[in-house]
Ligand binder design. Structure first.
Ligand code: GUN
Length: 302
């Protein structure tokens, strides 16, 4: 049986981060501006704390400022909105990221809508979602942008006519991913928890994006031979017998089976994950460039 090639997101992301660092240094040398991202973390969810720390480290190593705002889990929505208002006005802040999920007493949609669209580093504001939906330039969510970059690295820039299936309809990944693929002239199908005959639908896809959060749900015999499989899932299995701490980290795709059938597949970890942070750097740099009227980096324009 032939083996799929591995899509090395970690290596791709490292090269992307190096390019962004060079462009950020260039911007600073020309204008004196250091791109700055305000990172807002409400509460003490341990996974969110790890993500935020990784984002801040990546910004620092790319020569950008990370402006850290940690608020207790009991923070009132009005306090958070007041902080966002200040960050919207602050000229040293080019991008704003509010780490999700927020505590339950805070309305996520209201908070995301309060971020100035041009500072929305995540691309979650309805204005940016709308721009993507009509195929106009805006801020593109980091994870789907990173997936598209990996796809083009494997298949070439032109994806026209390919059959793409996106499993999962979240506003963070599934929906914007489908819009990006549609804008790239793919024939796009969206599947979700109510889809019938998911396995058969998968078998039609030249490009398969799994973003559902269900460990190893996509099996090898669901995959069209030669397809490109992008696994956005990050699921921690329960510890196996004798294992201490958490269990293995797996994606939404059964990796070993996919390797036997697909043309190319992303591993978990080391596939899509590192691309999300690299694309956050791209979006932050792009926001700083837009502010001073300079062209945005090509990477920010899908
Ligand atoms: N929580 C999980 N993924 C993300 C992301 O991409 N951005 C933000 N802000 N929060 C998240």
């Amino acid at each position: 049986m032939s083996q799929a090639s591995l899509i090395d997101g970690k290596d791709f992301a490292a090269r992307l981060r190096a390019r962004v660092a060079t462009q950020a240094a260039d911007l600073t040398a020309r204008t004196g501006i250091v791109p700055g991202l305000a990172v807002v973390l409400v509460g003490d969810d341990p996974a969110s704390a790890v993500y935020v720390r990784n984002k801040e480290r990546a910004l620092d190593s790319a020569g950008m400022h990370s402006l850290d705002h940690r608020l207790p889990a009991t923070t009132e929505q009005a306090t958070l909105l007041a902080l966002i208002d200040r960050l919207n006005q602050d000229p040293a802040v080019h991008g704003i990221l509010v780490q999700l999920p927020l505590p339950r007493h805070i309305d996520t949609a209201t908070v995301l809508a309060a971020i100035a669209p041009e500072k929305d580093a995540d691309g979650f504001h309805v204005t940016n979602a709308g721009l993507l939906a009509v195929g106009r330039p805006g801020v593109v969510p980091c994870t789907p942008l990173g997936c598209l970059m990996l796809l083009r690295d494997v298949l070439g820039r032109d994806l026209a006519g390919r059959r793409a299936l996106v499993i999962g309809r979240s506003t963070i990944v599934g929906r914007p991913m489908a819009q990006l693929l549609l804008n790239a002239d793919c024939t796009v199908t969206m599947a979700h928890s109510r889809t019938r005959d998911l396995a058969e639908t998968c078998r039609q896809a030249d490009i398969l994006i799994a973003a559902v959060g269900r460990p190893e749900m996509v099996r090898g015999d669901w995959i069209k031979p030669g397809a490109v499989v992008i696994d956005v899932g990050m699921n921690r299995l329960p510890p196996a017998c004798g294992e201490t701490g958490g269990g293995r980290l797996v994606g939404d795709v059964h990796f070993a089976e996919a390797l036997e059938v697909a043309g190319a597949v992303t591993p978990v970890p080391g596939g899509v994950g590192p691309m999300t942070i690299a694309c956050l750097l791209v979006n932050t740099l792009a926001a700083a460039c837009r502010r001073v009227g300079l062209p945005v980096p090509v990477e920010a324009v899908p």
